[in-house]
Design a protein around this ligand. Structure first.
Ligand SMILES: [Zn+2]
Length: 206
């Protein structure tokens, strides 16, 4: 799973404590990078891009909002338990590219392993299933079709890196780290000590 990091800066995010659903969107635009959608959403007064992932027409998967934070894409109730994936393009006009679909299937399979485990799957919905909207457009393949493709192409082994990302997410939700850190970035002494002090602070409070 190759997620392209975008290093976007947000104006304040809240951690998401449950993840049971994936909501699919389109950008209703040309093929645009996450940073452009980020600027649109900032202009609306939001914390930043509302989606967690943007899938470009060439199949690149770009990071949007940090994965462990509450998104802004499908209404407060759904946002609190879902991951928002935006495929770049306007699918009222044309279908997603093959590369986009392949990347989407890979991402969904990865998220299923990450959140749901071996015997469960995340619910998949179109934005229009949960809100009065056309998103992601009538040329977007149906959830049934996506499930069929997932069943056909599934079955390869898990990503060995997943456990590292899980640790990063758990640390974020526990309040040990506040920003998005890359799991393999070396930690200077001050960072290790800052985390240790944070643990002491949390323990003393409780
Ligand atoms: Zn949408």
């Amino acid at each position: 799973m190759n997620i392209i990091e975008t290093g976007l800066k947000f104006n304040g995010l809240r951690p998401r404590t449950s993840t049971s659903q994936i909501i699919l969107h389109h950008s209703a635009s040309q093929d645009v990078p996450a940073v452009v959608i980020h600027s649109w959403h900032l202009a609306r007064g939001w914390a930043g891009i509302g989606y967690h992932f943007v899938i470009r027409k060439n199949g690149n998967i770009e990071r949007g909002r940090p994965q462990g934070s509450i998104g802004a894409h499908a209404g407060a109730e759904v946002n609190a338990r879902s991951i928002g994936i935006c495929l770049s393009g306007d699918f009222t006009q044309a279908a997603p590219t093959e590369q986009q679909i392949a990347a989407l299937l890979e991402l969904i399979r990865w998220l299923n392993k990450y959140y749901a485990g071996a015997n469960k799957e995340l619910e998949i919905n179109m934005h229009r299933d949960v809100t009065a909207t056309q998103c992601p457009g009538n040329m977007f393949p149906s959830v049934e079709q996506i499930r069929k493709w997932l069943a056909q192409t599934g079955g390869e082994g898990g990503n060995v890196e997943d456990w590292k990302h899980k640790i990063m997410q758990d640390a974020g939700e526990a309040g040990l780290i506040h920003e998005q850190h890359q799991p393999d970035t070396p930690a200077p002494k001050w960072f290790v000590l800052a985390v240790a002090l944070r643990i002491l602070e949390i323990m003393n409070r409780e």
